[in-house]
Design a protein around this ligand. Structure first.
Ligand code: FA5
Length: 349
């Protein structure tokens, strides 16, 4: 073996050694550049071939190619090894010790509105109601016409409506009553359902109004036998369950909703104690909780229901129920993202 080839062999061994002892991918990239880059050692050797005889070119060229392939293979093997050890190290260090005690303070919880919706849903499920929802983007027909609120009816003005740009009959639903219509059209009667969901009105945000809020709507219809007495009993059961007290007194005060006949406002007795409202049967004042009534015959007509049909519907605003239950006087608190407010609402619920 010539001196030159012995020297080359020696350098190759050193290069291979530095590759196998490299501990980072960056280090390997540097070695690769130093050997195979534009002015790397191996590249320069290849360049020097030009000055050699044909015979020498053949022998040294072959040796260089073997060395180049060996270096490339060693570098890619070492990269794989380093990546594997990074993963192994992460697996070792990120292992979750499931035997560690929990830190209860750091747990999140469901939002107060979600909790309320789930409790309401469970209450009605237990009473044999279907819990349904419909689209939040509705047509004029389902939001107004079918509910006996034709165009130019003054009741439309009390629902300050967001229309979808470019359409004069597509809107964000202003109440969940549209779900009554969709359900009766689809399933006919008898029906026993509630729907809970988002509703939208162009109301200014203040302590009792939000442009997006939630409603609960109930509907019970059958061919015969349903009276306003059943409505009152159903409402009382709900209020008892929601406020977790048997001690409830409600009254139905005459009111007007185009889709009911008669229509009523639902009031509930309450007391003010230590600055907080408490629902109680011996309360001295009445608080309005929502609207209700016997379903207007025109609504049945719009749903394609023929023959006798009797039933009642009711609707509550969820934020106002939650505000009452938690004793806050401003529904804007419910939407706050400050974790201290959320924790407070959760604790007093
Ligand atoms: C209705 O929307 C009727 N669809 C309810 C109904 C259903 C009546 C079935 C009869 C039979 P009203 O517009 O009053 O009714 O709204 C119902 C409740 O939604 C109100 O009592 C109030 O609690 C809540 N609400 C209305 N507007 C807002 C608002 N901008 N922000 C928060 N809550 C609101």
């Amino acid at each position: 073996m010539s001196d030159a080839s012995r020297e080359f062999e020696c350098s190759l061994n050193q290069w291979m050694e530095s590759i196998s002892s490299a501990t980072s991918i960056g280090e390997l990239e540097k070695i690769r550049a130093g050997l195979l880059g534009k002015s790397g050692a191996i590249t320069s050797e290849f360049r020097a071939l030009a000055k050699l005889s044909i015979e020498e070119k053949k022998i040294i060229g072959e040796r260089l190619n073997i060395a180049k392939n060996a270096i490339e293979e060693a570098i890619s093997e070492q990269i794989k090894k380093i990546k594997r050890s990074i993963i192994e190290e992460r697996l070792r260090s990120e292992v979750v010790d499931i035997t560690l005690p929990s830190v209860s303070d750091s747990f999140g919880s469901l939002h107060i509105l979600t909790q309320a919706m789930r409790r309401i849903r469970d209450h009605y499920h237990a009473r044999g109601f279907l819990v349904l929802d419909g689209p939040e983007i509705e047509t004029d027909f389902f939001n107004f016409d079918a509910l006996n609120i034709p165009k130019h009816h003054p009741a439309r003005q009390s629902h300050d409506t967001f229309y979808i740009d470019g359409f004069d009959d597509v809107l964000l639903r202003t109440h969940t009553s549209c779900v009554q219509i969709r359900t009766m059209q689809k399933t006919g009667i008898p029906v026993r359902m509630i729907s809970i969901g988002k509703t939208y009105r162009n109301d200014k945000l203040d302590s009792t109004h939000s442009p997006m809020f939630h409603q609960i709507e109930g509907l019970v219809v059958d061919r015969e036998g349903l009276t306003i007495g059943h409505l009152k009993s159903e409402l009382k059961k709900f209020i008892s369950a929601f406020f977790e007290t048997e001690d409830v007194a409600i009254r139905l005060r005459p009111s007007y909703f185009p889709f009911t006949e008669p229509g009523v406002e639902i009031d509930c007795r309450y007391k003010k104690e230590g600055g907080r409202l408490r629902i109680t049967g011996d309360g001295t004042d009445w608080l309005e909780l929502g609207g209700a009534g016997m379903v207007h015959p025109n609504v049945f007509k719009h749903c394609g229901i023929e023959g006798p049909a009797y039933g009642f519907a009711f609707g509550f605003g969820l934020e106002r129920l939650v505000a009452l239950r938690t004793g806050i006087s401003d529904i804007r608190n419910i939407y706050e993202t400050d974790v201290r407010t959320l924790r407070y609402l959760n604790n007093i619920r």
